[in-house]
Design a protein around this ligand. Structure first.
Ligand code: FPP
Length: 239
């Protein structure tokens, strides 16, 4: 499948990894088992997207709202993240070209996680393959508030004339600064909402909602989403 190189013009995909809880419930298992399977799917999809030649993949792994879940579930997601990073270190070799970045407020995470996140970002930053943005303790509104605050501080210090603030400047203060906006956002599990994911960046994204739970999501589902995307006619407000 060489869709992307063959002129789909697609550089960035966002995925809301939804449906782990329901996957577990259907099997009579605790929700954390759904997240464990979801983490496996995440690895497979990263590998597949990199193979396809995609430049950016952003996955929604933990939202600013997810802290309200039971402690045991929150802890299990933190553990899965830690495992993912540890494994990324274990298998690092010249063939691994994926760059891992985190978007969101990682300052609220444990010292161990913060340290591992900093290490993996640093270890992979020179890589030239696909960039994976892991949205963790991420919220789109929170991201915009932070950008507004940073611009206000610059204005207050006399470094910026508020009249000069434009869309580009705001974009430059988001976590995704310097990256193209997502062309396509995929949400499995049957829900059809953005749930505070990349709300600024998604202004012109195509949305594909799919009736499959994230742990069951395969590269074939991604192909299917790409196929739907390729049939859409993106006009960016023009005729
Ligand atoms: C949404 O499903 C999923 C999450 C809140 C967590 C996503 C986490 C992972 C896929 C694994 C950990 C991440 C990494 C980076 C290894 P849900 O629990 O809301 O499902 P439901 O809607 O069926 O209840």
């Amino acid at each position: 499948m060489d869709n992307m190189r063959a002129g789909l013009g697609l550089q960035h995909i966002g995925i809301i990894m939804d449906g782990n809880g329901r996957w577990a419930k259907k099997r009579g298992l605790p929700r954390k088992y759904g997240h464990r399977e979801g983490a496996k799917t995440f690895r497979r999809i990263v590998e597949y997207c990199d193979k396809l030649g995609l430049r950016y993949l952003t996955v929604y792994a933990f939202s600013t709202e997810n802290w309200k879940r039971p402690e045991d579930e929150v802890n299990s997601i933190m553990q899965l993240l830690e495992q993912y990073i540890d494994e990324a270190f274990e298998r690092q070799d010249e063939n691994d070209t994926v760059r891992t970045r985190f978007i969101g407020d990682v300052s609220a995470l444990s010292e161990t996680l913060k340290e591992k996140i900093a290490r993996i970002e640093q270890m992979s930053q020179g890589r030239t393959g696909m960039t994976v943005n892991v949205a963790f303790n991420y919220g789109g509104r929170d991201e915009l508030v932070r950008a507004a605050r940073q611009l206000a501080i610059q204005a207050q210090q006399g470094k910026l004339d508020p009249q000069q603030i434009n869309e580009q400047m705001l974009s430059d203060h988001l976590y995704t600064s310097g990256q193209p906006d997502p062309d396509l956002i995929i949400r499995p599990s049957g829900e059809e909402r953005l749930s505070n994911f990349l709300i600024w960046q998604a202004a012109y994204s195509e949305f594909v909602f799919m009736d499959v739970l994230w742990p069951d999501f395969t590269p074939a589902h991604l192909d299917q989403a790409l196929e739907i995307f390729s049939r859409r006619n993106r006009r960016y407000g023009q005729v």
